[in-house]
Write a protein that binds this ligand. Structure first.
Ligand SMILES: CC(C)(COP(=O)(O)OP(=O)(O)OC[C@H]1O[C@@H](n2cnc3c(N)ncnc32)[C@H](O)[C@@H]1OP(=O)(O)O)[C@@H](O)C(=O)NCCC(=O)NCCS
Length: 171
């Protein structure tokens, strides 16, 4: 099925790994390497998808782990030349669909505090900021915002995450 005109979203396969690793190198200062990505192909806790252009080339990818019924987004990235066409949103919606189908209680992720574009995307999809991990990122060092989409309003969740400072409702 085409999520965005000319773009198909499919499960990540071995034939996509090299292109996804290249995308990682292009987008992140501490990229995932081929071996780590390849491991996810057989990881029963992983849900990784790629967006393919009409020629079958990788335009973007997104991945999530199902950890005891909660979805942890590992990454989402789109090639610079393919951005602002709805591909990132379609990839995230695919992860959210997976979360719903698998009855995950919530989906959560970390994002650099300065990454306004990604934060806008997540907010558009109903994620809210629930906390901060001070100095979480390296190269350059930066805080991570913790953003969560909580389907079942489980108020116990924030207290269960270690090493994070959470916002109180008054903040
Ligand atoms: C974040 C990223 C995945 C978004 O991918 P994308 O395909 O360009 O996103 P979409 O076209 O689906 O955007 C959907 C909405 O998100 C918001 N958005 C996305 N990029 C934005 C930007 N650079 N500035 C402001 N808003 C942005 C907009 O609201 C956009 O809707 P609009 O285009 O109708 O205004 C992409 O910019 C990327 O790969 N960045 C580098 C890697 C990265 O930072 N990943 C996130 C790690 S936490």
């Amino acid at each position: 099925m085409e999520a965005v005109e000319g773009i198909r979203i499919v499960k990540m396969e071995g034939s996509h790994i090299k292109e996804v690793a290249r995308l990682e190198r292009e987008c992140f200062s501490t990229p995932w390497h081929e071996n780590g990505l390849r491991y996810e192909l057989t990881n029963p806790l992983a849900a990784f998808y790629v967006a393919l252009d009409p020629k079958g080339r990788v335009a973007g990818y997104a991945g999530m782990h199902n950890i005891v019924g909660e979805g942890y987004v590992t990454n989402v990235a789109v090639y610079p030349s393919c951005r602002r066409r709805g591909i990132g949103r379609a990839l995230m919606e695919t992860l959210l669909h997976f979360a719903k189908e698998n009855h995950l209680r919530l989906v959560t992720l970390e994002v650099r505090a300065s990454n306004a574009g990604a934060i806008a995307l997540y907010e558009q999809l109903g994620f809210v900021q629930v906390g901060v991990r001070p100095g979480y990122y390296q190269k350059p060092k930066e805080d991570a915002l913790i953003m969560t989409k909580d389907y079942w309003h489980d108020r116990a969740f924030p207290e269960q995450v270690h090493g994070a400072e959470f916002l109180t409702p008054a903040q």
